[in-house]
Write a protein that binds this ligand. Structure first.
Ligand SMILES: *[C@@H]1O[C@H](CO)[C@@H](O)[C@H](O)[C@H]1NC(C)=O
Ligand SMILES: *[C@@H]1O[C@H](CO)[C@@H](O)[C@H](O)[C@H]1NC(C)=O
Ligand SMILES: *[C@@H]1O[C@H](CO)[C@@H](O)[C@H](O)[C@H]1NC(C)=O
Ligand SMILES: *[C@@H]1O[C@H](CO)[C@@H](O)[C@H](O)[C@H]1NC(C)=O
Ligand SMILES: *[C@@H]1O[C@H](CO)[C@@H](O)[C@H](O)[C@H]1NC(C)=O
Ligand SMILES: *[C@@H]1O[C@H](CO)[C@@H](O)[C@H](O)[C@H]1NC(C)=O
Ligand SMILES: *[C@@H]1O[C@H](CO)[C@@H](O)[C@H](O)[C@H]1NC(C)=O
Ligand SMILES: *[C@@H]1O[C@H](CO)[C@@H](O)[C@H](O)[C@H]1NC(C)=O
Ligand SMILES: *[C@@H]1O[C@H](CO)[C@@H](O)[C@H](O)[C@H]1NC(C)=O
Ligand SMILES: *[C@@H]1O[C@H](CO)[C@@H](O)[C@H](O)[C@H]1NC(C)=O
Length: 665
């Protein structure tokens, strides 16, 4: 068999996949080397790998045993309003997938992806490298805009500027099939797939978007929006026009062109962009994208084989971030929409800061809490210094599409804006004390494993502290005794509560707030797509200072949370596997096996508890917009601060133009 022969040459351990596909009709060989592929051809390649029971058992066993560490498992049995949509029985879902017949390995992986995606927690999902290689793009992203007092769905007005940024291969394809996408710019959408456009947006938000517990926030993910991708301004296609799998050939709109009054029906073809590793045929596709590689699983950092990895690691810093697949094929924000105000010092990283032309308003667009840990701090310091030098009196923090990042950078920004005298700016935190987690902490203590190589080590997080902010000593077992939680009729063991001690930072904090948080308007214009560390930052500013928050977009008339998913810390599969291996527990019956395929089952590992109600995870505390008088909840310093939480529609002027949005705000 040619295939088997090839795999032997390549030294890949997947010989037994042969026998199903003739070399002459290898659907992957047909698309090899192409950056853009017609969805049907891409899907044929993905579906060319037969279902394999060994792989199902491997993936489900890993997933099932990692779920033992998942902080929110019991909440899913009956998710509190307004998050009911996510309710499911996780163990029953695993059993269902274990007993369903699947024709292909793709179909099995899709089932696992869909199940975890619809938990709507961007921290907890099965991300398959094998089948996550294509993004399906539609040259007709949509937005919701207010025009002449009424909100409606439109094809993005900047279509003609955005689409060419995807590349000539993309536009050439549409030219070759004679499809004129240019004429759709700014068209008013009356129906999508025969449904009311907002109903169809709801459907995508329910079935495809994932990442956020709140339905309203997921609605905003469906639309196109501006963001900072890596360190550059970018325009996100949105979940309608940029989908995770090449499983849709086209989308049919009923619409009215911008320069017309007559409705017409237009069927827009998708084209899939390839973002995986190179291959020449099915065997090399599998070898380069699907087979486990040396980064898939964790390593024992105490073993000599872990030496190289250990040297590369500094102290393990907590991260809370979602995975937005559209980041891999990000395109820029078209030039006409970039801010015209000159950026101030400290704008080369994930933060872009400006003084608006009124000379009174300073804007920090905080694109994420990722990237360079120290630069984030020096950039904050530089921006605040520049604002002070310019005598600005107002600060606006834009958190649009901020997917989170380092937990301690969220606390840093809060501390910088509130001043060091304010004290602890984080939350009470805890992790699950399941039997294997208890053993890991015991083993870490017994082996003297510390924060430089372990997240579970008592001195990690950046430093784990008691609630009085005294650092936990090495050797303190925070699971002994554990704490009982009762959630939806289940009793569960949790660790003792602790604080994340992030100090000292790399820059000095001002003692007092550089801007008066109580009297100066302080806005976070967000589109609700603010996840993880971002969510914890905005929640803590809101809960502790009563900062004003403006939420943009969403579906007209629908309530929407201002925050996205607020987990406290995420561990990737290789992270938790490294903890288990380093603690010497890989042979424990409760330990998950190594993954045989390339993928990541990430999970939310720590809960952040609400400052207002320490019995509830922040993630499950509803803080919707509009909510003009949530004031009773913010009694600070003996004075009552009125919290304004408002929702505003985007307009043609603001939907993709950050500076216009800031000026409006
Ligand atoms: C299933 O996958 C495993 C692991 O890659 C492999 O060893 C086995 O041969 C495969 N089985 C079949 C029938 O292809
Ligand atoms: C799937 O079901 C089989 C048969 O009941 C069982 O032996 C196996 O342990 C199950 N696998 C998982 C991961 O639950
Ligand atoms: C409408 O606008 C499109 C795109 O700008 C253009 O191609 C078309 O000729 C216009 N049609 C009319 C009737 O003006
Ligand atoms: C993958 O293929 C593309 C196009 O054929 C080529 O430009 C690129 O260098 C290749 N990448 C690797 C890592 O071989
Ligand atoms: C893992 O594999 C990659 C590519 O094959 C190689 O460059 C890298 O050095 C390997 N890393 C380790 C730790 O072995
Ligand atoms: C803002 O400052 C600039 C430069 O100092 C000046 O040219 C401009 O007129 C000022 N704008 C307003 C609205 O005061
Ligand atoms: C910007 O940074 C430079 C170099 O660090 C410094 O000289 C300058 O004063 C800064 N400008 C402002 C407005 O803070
Ligand atoms: C800021 O205010 C100070 C003190 O009032 C003044 O000296 C300085 O010129 C002002 N700077 C700007 C840029 O307006
Ligand atoms: C981790 O740090 C401790 C001191 O806190 C040190 O004794 C130990 O050697 C370090 N371990 C590794 C693997 O670097
Ligand atoms: C802080 O709390 C811990 C745990 O309750 C306690 O052991 C320690 O003495 C306290 N430290 C101070 C300074 O109060």
């Amino acid at each position: 068999m040619l295939w088997t022969f090839l795999t032997l040459i390549l030294g890949l351990a997947l010989a037994a996949h042969g026998g199903t596909t003739e070399a002459t009709s290898d659907p992957c060989a047909g698309i090899a080397g192409q950056s853009f592929v017609v969805p049907g051809d891409a899907l044929a390649c993905l579906k060319s790998f037969p279902f394999n029971e060994t792989l199902r058992q491997n993936v489900l066993t890993v997933i099932s045993r990692v779920f033992d560490f998942y902080t929110f498992e019991d909440y899913y049995l009956n998710s509190p309003p307004p998050f009911q949509e996510s309710t499911t029985n996780i163990r029953a879902d695993i059993a269902r997938i274990n007993s369903t017949s699947y024709a292909t390995d793709y179909d099995f992986n899709r089932a696992v992806y869909d199940f975890t995606n619809q938990l709507n927690d961007g921290h907890t999902r099965w991300l398959t490298d094998c089948y996550g290689t294509f993004e399906n793009l539609l040259p007709a992203p949509i937005v919701t805009l207010q025009e002449n007092g009424a909100e409606g769905v439109y094809i993005i007005p900047d279509l003609a500027q955005l689409i060419p940024l995807v590349g000539t291969e993309f536009t050439d394809y549409y030219a070759s099939i004679g499809f004129n996408w240019e004429r759709l710019a700014g068209a008013r959408v009356l129906q999508i797939e025969g449904q009311d456009p907002y109903a169809y947006v709801d459907y995508i938000a329910d079935t495809a978007s994932g990442n956020y517990l709140d339905h309203g926030v997921r609605v905003n993910s469906v639309f196109s929006s501006y963001r900072i991708a890596d360190t550059s301004f970018s325009q996100r296609f949105g979940d309608l026009a940029g989908t995770s799998f090449p499983d849709q050939e086209s989308l049919t709109f009923n619409l009215i062109l911008a320069n017309s009054t007559l409705p017409e029906t237009v069927t827009v073809p998708f084209l899939a962009i390839y973002a995986g590793n190179n291959f020449t045929d099915s065997a090399s596709y599998w070898g380069n994208n699907c087979a486990a590689n040396n980064a898939t699983n964790g390593v024992d950092l105490l073993a000599s084989s872990g030496l190289k990895e250990r040297e590369e690691r500094t102290r393990r810093l907590a991260r809370a971030v979602i995975v937005d697949k559209s980041q891999t094929s990000a395109v820029g924000l078209p030039d006409p929409y970039l801010p015209t105000a000159p950026p101030v010092n400290g704008s080369t990283g994930v933060i872009k800061s400006f003084v608006l032309p009124d000379n009174k308003t300073g804007v920090m667009f905080v694109g994420s809490f990722e990237g360079d840990y120290v630069q984030f701090q020096t950039d904050t310091q530089a921006a605040v210094a520049a604002f002070q030098a310019a005598n600005v009196t107002r600060l606006l923090v834009d958190l649009t599409n901020n997917g989170g990042g380092y937990v301690c950078l969220g606390e840093f920004l809060h501390s910088y804006l509130a001043g060091s005298n304010f004290g602890y700016t984080g939350f009470q935190s805890s992790s699950r004390a399941n039997p294997l987690a208890v053993k890991i902490v015991q083993a870490d203590i017994a082996k003297g494993i510390t924060a430089n190589i372990s997240y579970y080590a008592p001195d990690n997080c950046k430093s784990r502290a008691f609630l009085n902010d005294t650092e936990m000593p090495e050797g303190y077992d925070y699971n002994d005794p554990s704490v009982s939680l009762f959630i939806n009729g289940q009793q569960d063991a949790d660790s003792q509560r602790f604080h994340d001690l992030c100090t000292p930072y790399n820059v000095d904090l001002p003692e007092n707030p550089p801007f008066d948080l109580r009297y100066a308007p302080f806005l976070h214009p967000v589109n609700g797509n603010c996840a993880s560390t971002c969510s914890m930052f905005s929640t803590s500013m809101f809960e502790r200072h009563g900062t004003k928050i403006a939420v943009f977009g969403g579906k007209p008339g629908e309530i929407m949370e201002y925050k996205g998913m607020a987990g406290n810390q995420v561990l990737e599969w290789s992270d938790i596997d490294t903890e288990i291996k380093t603690a010497g527990l890989k042979n424990d019956p409760l330990a998950p096996p190594d993954l045989l395929v390339s993928g990541d089952f990430r999970h939310n590992w720590r809960t952040a508890w609400s400052y207002f109600d320490e019995s509830r995870p922040i993630a499950y505390v509803s803080e919707p917009a509009p909510c003009k008088l949530c004031s009773a909840r913010a009694e600070l310093d003996g004075s009552l601060i009125t919290i304004a939480l408002d929702r505003y529609p985007y307009t043609k002027d603001t939907y993709m133009n950050p500076q216009n949005l800031w000026t409006f705000a």
